[in-house]
Write a protein that binds this ligand. Structure first.
Ligand code: GLU
Length: 298
């Protein structure tokens, strides 16, 4: 009896694994044969950074808590069927973790939405944050940034059938959706659009698909991911109207950690991991990588 039950349990685990391995069609982690492969990162087991209070605390705890997005396909996405995270930001976070001496199973992921990033970092809820996080002076008042490791630009996402929104100069009288606490909502408000605000871009995209808003605005990277995930339904206008340099957010006064993260980013840009990671994540949404930006060390 027990054996039969054990076999049945083992079979259902196998069946679940098989389903998970196939991936749902259209899910961002469904890798077709011959698809670009993700890099692997060697853990620097002997690494030490005693001058960083964040690193020392994480090392003592035996885990590194990383803040990320969970709803942004190809960037920061949580696959609830496999309980794994994938995307370009996730890869950046993982390569840095390995250099800081943490194994993948020592990473404790925490989903933090746009509006809560500064408080999560300054309140010590996370050790660092990687998630389409634009470096700017306002945010630098409460957190610090390594990077930039990518530069995106604000754009608009509309239904494929839409012909009257052609760029940021044609949003008058239209309802545009974006996210609280983002640079995107601030800029679109300053351009005079009628706006609707949610916590996540996925919520905005749902409203677009049901015709409750006319457009979604944020970084082109994020919008391209949603367009690729909804083939034939959505299009990105393709006329970016800002520069969004992405940084890794961390404690304001932890210069030792910031320097170490910058060294890590640079090493993985130079050894080809950055490009390989891009091609196997964000690259799958159909755009070649933008040039690698110069790090802004301070
Ligand atoms: N990069 C922009 C920002 O940091 C928009 C994307 C986001 O909300 O993460 O505000």
């Amino acid at each position: 009896m027990r054996t039969r039950r054990t076999i049945a349990a083992a079979m259902s685990v196998l069946a679940l694994t098989a389903v998970a391995a196939c991936g749902k069609s259209g899910s961002p982690n469904a890798a077709p044969p011959g698809a670009p492969q993700l890099p692997t990162y060697q853990v620097n087991t002997g690494f030490k950074l005693d001058s960083s209070p964040t690193w020392v605390k994480a090392k003592q705890a035996g885990k590194l808590t990383i803040g990320a997005k969970a709803d942004q396909p190809f960037l920061g996405f949580e696959d609830l069927t496999t309980n794994t995270r994938n995307g370009f930001d996730i890869e950046i976070a993982k390569m840095v973790a390995a250099d800081l001496g943490f194994t993948p199973d020592q990473i404790n992921w925490k989903t933090i939405v746009t509006a809560n990033r500064e408080t999560a970092i300054s309140g010590g809820q996370i050790d660092y944050y990687v998630g389409t996080y634009t470096i700017n002076d306002e945010r630098k008042k409460s957190v610090s940034f390594a990077g930039p490791y990518y530069v995106a630009g604000q754009d608009l996402l509309v239904l494929k059938s839409n012909t009257d929104i052609t760029g940021s100069d044609s949003i008058k009288g239209k309802t545009v959706c974006s996210v609280a606490g983002s640079t995107s909502i601030d800029r679109i408000n300053s351009l005079g659009g009628k706006t609707v605000t949610y916590d996540t871009y996925a919520q905005c995209v749902d409203k677009l698909l049901t015709n409750e808003v006319d457009a979604v605005t944020t970084d082109d990277t994020i919008l391209k991911g949603f367009a690729a995930k909804n083939p034939g339904k959505l299009k990105v206008i393709g006329k970016p109207f800002s520069q969004e340099p992405y940084g890794i957010g961390l404690g304001k006064d932890d210069k030792a950690l910031r320097d170490a993260i910058n060294n890590s980013i640079k090493a993985h840009e130079d050894n080809g991991d950055w490009k390989k990671a891009y091609d196997a994540t964000l690259g799958l949404s159909g755009s070649a990588a933008a040039p690698i930006p110069t790090l802004d060390r301070y």
